[in-house]
Design a protein around this ligand. Structure first.
Ligand code: FAD
Length: 584
């Protein structure tokens, strides 16, 4: 058993993980030893795909923006399920983080007078989304990665996949980690850890996210006894390109793009007359699906998918080339449509996990409403600090990653500086968990029987189920059916096989491990959604179409049990903004 020991383990090297690593290195004056562990090469983390921008109030005097306005937009966007103290903290630190990124060297798009350019985004009442053309994630990631390489106390473990959390007496001792290059299971022990493993939208087939976004960190935490919060709230981005689901950034609408139906009508006037196409995503996504359901959309011949048009033609070639070059490139490459001359076919696509590992305001991970995992923090999409509530506003996520990367990097580093080195001892629990994982991965999954289950058929069935029954609109009947199918898939998964028998770079084994995680997460999403008999934000129940603040102004916590998730609830923290009807 190879054991690697560090003061701080950071699981994930997206925007959240890299920002946490930098902060931990800075506050500890490069004294503590830090490992960044990533199942991908760090620079291939999903954050590089972020297109449209990052939110923060930068120039209030010039623009009339304010922290209060950003906070109010976020709370209203969340359909009043955000914890308001979290939102207030977020808006205060987002501008600082944008300036920090500027100092590190992010090549922002700029206004003629040299300010960082900001564009309109859905649900924001003022242009406050800073951007670098439509490749913002890539540019921020490159800048953070370059800076992480400057610190000699940070080691990066690329292509190392964590498979389980090692918990002992309520502390996290570390992770079992599969070195994908060598096919060897290792143990990483840390005095403190940060989980920054990203979202889980790959439980859907029609999605914007890359194949790596499989909810591993959330699934591992859940199985180790840590609850997942508000998982029923999956975000569907209104504009996934048809037929692949790949994202056409909200910036396309922020820059003035229209949504039109088969009759050429800008139908958003029916659903959000004031904000039109830049209403929040839940509202625009529902509007598109309604248009399709009521026969005012188009049908894609090969896939049978309904869609509407995103029309950018009136923006003109120059604006499209300077502000949305990637969108033009994507559209031409994927579907041979040049948005300068033709509208783009789009429909809502699974995009973002509002829920996640239950954490407090500063990203400290909790077992319930009062008890902490003393040495575990979490940042970014993997975690629910309850910033986004029932619906995230576009561009708040990248800002969340850097704000909580900073908080958790700082807290975890301070903890590690003073923690007992007994946390790094190889105890019998560590040995047992390591043996259990080795058995699970190398004995059980490498099933020799020819009639064992094919993981790719199970995955296909999971995607079909989620895309059908747990999409923009849900109801009891569909959710019950989805629950039944996923339980059956879990049973079949227990007899799954890995055909590729090689140890090195066994992507077949990696995908099987991910599938196990996705099935657990999907079950939590379904069970949480079935229980919530109201409609709020991205969770819309056709059988309960109204928001119900009397009974449901609360967060869902889902705990692992062998029979399926057990649910509990905790209140939403309301400070300044009383729930009101959302009108846009
Ligand atoms: C196409 C697209 C465009 C977007 N555009 C925007 C935008 O313009 N603005 C905005 O605010 N938001 C945007 N978002 C959302 C935003 O990009 C993500 O929420 C954010 O980048 C998540 O960052 P993260 O650091 O939490 O996770 P990620 O960037 O997903 O990184 C996760 C990390 O965890 C690692 N990991 C996962 N599982 C394991 C494991 N088992 N073992 C080891 N490592 C593991 C991965 O290797 C990776 O390094 C967009 C999302 C998509 C899909």
């Amino acid at each position: 058993m190879e054991v690697l020991k560090y003061d701080l383990l950071i699981l994930g090297s997206g925007l959240a993980g890299l920002r946490a690593a930098i902060q931990a290195a800075i506050v500890s004056k490069e004294k503590i030893r830090i490992a960044v562990i990533s199942k991908l090469h760090a620079m291939r983390s999903h954050s590089v795909a972020a297109e449209g921008g990052i939110a923060g109030v930068l120039y209030p005097e010039a623009t009339g923006d304010s922290l209060d306005l950003h906070a109010y937009d976020t709370v209203k966007g969340s359909d009043f399920l955000a914890d308001q103290d979290v939102v207030e903290l977020f808006v205060r630190f987002a501008p600082e983080e944008l300036k920090f990124l500027d100092h590190l060297g992010v090549p922002w798009s700029r206004t003629p007078d040299g300010r960082i350019a900001q564009r309109m985004f859905g649900g924001m009442s003022i242009p406050r989304t800073a951007y670098a053309a439509d490749k913002t994630g890539f540019f921020i990631m490159s800048t953070l990665y370059d800076n992480v390489l400057r610190f000699e106390n940070i080691d990066i473990y690329h292509e190392h996949m964590a498979t389980s959390l090692i918990m002992e007496n309520g502390y996290v001792k570390g992770f079992t980690v599969l070195d994908l290059k060598e096919g060897v299971l290792k143990v990483f022990l840390g005095k403190a850890s940060i989980i920054a493993t990203g979202g889980a939208a790959r439980i859907y087939g029609f999605t914007t996210v890359s194949s790596s976004v499989t909810g591993d960190g959330a699934a591992m935490s859940y199985r180790a006894g840590i609850p997942l919060k508000d998982m029923e709230f999956m975000q569907f981005h209104p504009t996934g390109i048809v037929p692949s689901g790949i994202l056409i950034t909200e910036a396309a609408r922020g820059e003035g793009g229209y949504l039109i139906n088969r009759s050429g009508e800008r139908f958003m006037s029916r659903y959000a007359p004031q904000r039109m196409e830049v209403a929040p995503r839940d509202i625009v996504a529902r509007a598109i699906v309604r248009e399709i359901q009521e026969g005012r959309g188009f049908i894609h011949e090969e896939s049978g998918l309904g869609y509407v048009h995103l029309d950018l033609r009136h923006l003109g070639e120059e604006k499209i080339n300077t502000r949305l070059p990637f969108i033009r490139e994507l559209s031409k490459k994927l579907i041979n449509v040049d948005p300068v001359h033709e509208p783009i076919p789009v429909r809502p696509t699974a995009h973002y996990t509002m829920g996640g590992i239950h954490a407090d305001t500063y990203g400290h991970i909790m077992f319930n409403s009062t008890d902490y995992v003393p040495n575990l923090w979490g940042a970014g999409e993997a975690v629910a600090t309850s910033l986004h509530g029932a619906n995230r506003l576009g561009s708040n996520s990248l800002a969340e990653c850097v704000v909580w990367g900073r908080f958790t990097g700082e807290s975890a580093a301070r903890y590690a500086e003073n923690a007992s080195s007994s946390l790094l001892e190889v105890s019998s629990t560590v040995e047992e968990i390591f043996k259990r994982e080795e058995k699970r991965l190398f004995d059980q999954m490498f099933k020799p029987e020819l009639n064992a289950e094919d993981p790719y058929i199970i995955r296909q069935e999971l995607w079909r189920t989620m895309d059908t029954y747990v999409y923009v609109f849900r109801d009891e009947k569909g959710l019950l059916e989805a629950g039944r199918i996923v339980r059956d898939l879990k049973d079949r998964f227990s007899r799954v096989r890995v055909d590729d028998k090689s140890r090195k770079y066994n992507m077949n084994l990696k995908e099987v491990i991910e599938l196990g995680n996705m099935l657990d997460i999907a079950e939590v999403v379904i069970v949480s959604a079935l229980a919530r008999t109201e409609s709020r934000g991205a969770h819309y129940r056709t059988d309960y179409p109204k928001r119900d603040d009397v009974n449901w102004l609360k967060h869902t916590l889902a705990y692992y049990t062998p029979e399926g998730p057990r649910l509990d609830y905790i209140p939403v923290r309301i400070t300044r903004w009383k729930p009101e009807e959302r009108k846009y």
